[in-house]
Ligand binder design. Structure first.
Ligand SMILES: Nc1ncnc2c1ncn2[C@@H]1O[C@H](COP(=O)(O)OP(=O)(O)OP(=O)(O)O)[C@@H](O)[C@H]1O
Ligand SMILES: [Mg+2]
Length: 341
């Protein structure tokens, strides 16, 4: 099930392309009872595909956007965000603008909402290219056609003259991926890039991202609520719940033996061909809203194995001992019980 793709070997002297450390994001004015992000740490190395999964509202997009230095207005920030070793939170606006796309670029869920429908794809791409390099119009057009060819568009020169409505959703998402590559970034952030697409098109776009990741030695942060998809393409998976990372493991380990009850519940609730639909175990209860906080584990109110300590005490991320080569962490007081279930 979880076949992780082969990542480039990680050398210890190299900066991770993305390193988020103990990042907390709190909305101003007591608008929320708990932080949007609560001490989130996450690392992506060059050549690696890292998955970020969790329920709606768990904080995946806020984490992803943090890598570009984009945060909710007036939010209070704590911790650090480094892209290719450079601190994003202390950058000037100009530095941040240059960092976006040069070092890190993002692909969003719905391509149509991120492109001007009144301008041709060629104008869109050449503008993206000319903000990065001082290219002449002719050179930018050639580079744009090369980018479209790289993302698998057959007749790139003709495609440049077309408008967004002339493309299918899948083709337009390829155009958006081409635009993200314009500045030759080291880090590609993909926030549910295939959720708006048909299943067969989804697979093509995923295959494209995997190929580009390998060819260009990109670090890819792949946000999805689809655990199977994450398992199929990611080397490592981070599971988020209510603004916290509750478990992160090499993908194969996570599928083989989840240690957090939320991960276990997600795995049990996947529709599978070999199980009748009426046997699906939906995760009972509902996610913790931003207006709710529990002192201990955010998942405890939904957890069958929760004890008093889970509800009241702090539940830190702790190393999982039996994986010394590619260590994982879990934020659960009873991981052995989860593993034994
Ligand atoms: N700009 C903002 N201002 C106020 N609250 C925000 C802002 N952005 C996100 N939030 C809140 O932060 C929480 C996390 O949001 P986020 O968009 O990261 O969730 P998500 O995991 O990406 O969910 P989904 O799967 O639905 O995309 C949510 O409660 C959301 O309402
Ligand atoms: Mg989101």
């Amino acid at each position: 099930m979880a076949q992780s793709t082969q990542a480039a070997p990680v050398t210890s002297t190299e900066h991770p392309v993305l390193s988020i450390e103990r990042l907390s994001v709190t909305l101003p004015g007591g608008a929320a009872a708990r932080p949007v992000l609560d001490h989130v740490s996450l690392t992506v190395h060059a050549g690696q595909t890292v998955g970020l999964v969790g329920e709606s509202g768990s904080g995946k997009s806020v984490t992803c956007r943090a890598a570009l230095g984009l945060f909710p207005a007036r939010a209070h920030l704590d911790g650090s965000v480094r892209v290719a070793g450079r601190d994003v939170l202390t950058m000037t606006r100009g530095e941040r603008r240059r960092m976006r796309a040069r070092d890190a670029a993002m692909v969003f869920q719905d391509p149509r909402s991120s492109i001007n429908p009144l301008r041709t794809v060629g104008d869109f791409l050449t503008e993206a290219l000319r903000t990065h390099d001082r290219l002449t119009r002719g050179a930018a057009t050639t580079a744009a056609a090369e980018l479209l060819a790289a993302v698998g568009l057959r007749d790139p020169r003709t495609a440049l003259r077309r408008y967004p409505h002339e493309f299918s959703g899948g083709m337009l998402q390829r155009v958006m991926i081409a635009a993200a590559l314009a500045g030759e970034p080291r880090l590609l952030l993909a926030d549910e890039p295939t959720t708006a697409l048909d299943m067969s098109i989804q697979a093509e776009v995923i295959a494209l991202l995997a190929r580009l990741r390998a060819e260009r030695d990109l670090g890819l942060l792949f946000v999805t609520h689809d655990l199977d998809l994450a398992g199929a393409i990611c080397d490592r998976i981070y599971v988020m719940y209510a603004g916290r990372i509750v478990e992160h493991r090499p993908a194969a380990d996570l599928f083989r033996s989840p240690r957090h009850p939320y991960t276990a519940a997600l795995l049990a609730s996947r529709p599978r061909l070999d199980r009748a639909a009426d046997r699906l175990d939906a995760v009972r209860g509902r996610p913790l809203g931003l207006d709710e906080s529990v002192p201990g584990c955010g998942f405890a109110p939904r957890c069958d194995g929760a004890t008093d300590a889970c509800l009241r005490g702090s539940v830190p991320l702790t190393a999982i001992g039996d994986e010394p080569s590619a260590p994982g962490q879990v934020a659960c007081l009873h991981p052995a019980e989860v593993a034994a279930r």
